[in-house]
Design a binder for this molecule. Sequence first.
Ligand code: ADP
Ligand code: GLC
Length: 491
Amino acid sequence: MKILFVASEATPFIKTGGLADVGGSLPKALAALGHDVRILLPGYQAIAIHDHGFKVVADLTLPSIGGTARLLQSRLPDAAVPVWLVDYPPAYDRPGHPYLDAQGREWYDNAERFAILCRAGCSIAMNDADLDWRPDVVHCNDWQSGLIPALLGNEPERPATVFTIHNLAYQGLFPADRFESLGLPAHLWGIEGLEFYDNLSFIKGGLVFADWITTVSPSYAAEICTPEYGCGLDSLLSQRRDRLTGILNGVDYDVWNPATDTLTTNHFDVADLDGKKASKQDLQRLAGLPADPDAALIGTVGRLVEQKGVDLITAAIPQLMPRKLQFIILGSGEARFEQRLRELADRYPQQLAVFIGYNESLAHQIESGADMFLMPSRFEPCGLNQLYSLRYGTLPIVRSTGGLKDSVVDTNAATLADGTASGIVFAEASSEALAEAVRRALTLYSDPARWRQIMRHGMQQDFSWRRSATRYVGLYRRALAAADDRGESKG
Ligand code: ADP
Ligand code: GLC
């Protein structure tokens, strides 16, 4: 099958969160299954095009932009997956974050910037880009590529479209006047189209028009059909429930593997855990914490936003400090959370180390050296760090939501007896419930034999992409059939 995978991030080119991990690894897994997959990304300035060997392969004439864009091509390292960048300097040639300016505000022209990505996607999808390649399926990801299913909707002989929701809270909402300035066809306006409470919604392009919708865990697929998690789109999603599937993300074990990790010095696996002890000691030193092997070291890595329950962590920390434990927290995000974490680090220098910023290598070292990993998310479409934690023998402590619920098995008498326990799962989004979950983890930690049993079980879990990629292929086939049905009912 020929698949065009369109996203706004993919490792190792550009990353702000888990979408990038998926963008770099799902296409690789699809290619390993024998499919012809190509990735399309915006040509951000931050992508080192010369280092990655990008070359111009086509000029794209795109409706609604004055000039032409160029298409640059390279490939994913270690995989036969071509990667295309839309090179359009007025939109992408600027320093900084893919979505935010230096003040942390959305770029003023995000509607235009991602409409260009969508137009380029449509041009390739319809084989109008002189590439002599026509995909069977266009796989779009999150709102940044949401206009593609809408724009392709009426095209004769179009490919099937699949739209994956990585996070429903980000919808690409813009003032209604953008609808005209982007030159979108009039029939796409209205509540049956791209309108959302008088705004233009990019994500609705995917949710209304894609032949199939997916999201990144079965639990999140069910949750987003309810008002509590639906972000105002639950009715629409419920209507399309028969075309909405949850597929859990996988892990690229070439990158996240404690036995071969290129970003850590001490290696280990389930048969030999000595390297993990050394990793913990290194991490404590690096963090300026006492190198006490008996203090439970709890790690967290993530975007510091409401979704991740950062406020639950900051509220639980003072309650937990009397215990023999240490925290290491790496993240960046909202200023109020960064500020609060810094204050706490000043207050508890012997027990809390905070690193504000984005640091790929430290993220790996935390997975490798910590004993436990905290993810008290309010909602979590999939979550990747709990999957990495399982492989690194770092017990995940997670809230029971979305992909966290689908991947971590709580430790209790029954799961200990049948050997399925892999972490600590708690229900309520409160600092008390989180602190209680940590206390449960500490009790387990004080029983080394039991602790190792749970650790080893987690390390043996297989969350590799192969299984999930096979499910995507099955779903592409269903999307193709659905697209045929739509075409026939129109004709
Ligand atoms: P989300 O996509 O919602 O941010 P995920 O758990 O799916 O959450 O993925 C987050 C990814 O981004 C992981 O690979 C994680 O290690 C990485 N990450 C997040 N924040 C940082 C950071 N400050 N430094 C390094 N890596 C980070
Ligand atoms: C989003 C979600 C996260 C998910 C990631 C990749 O950013 O917040 O839960 O793992 O996308 O699908």
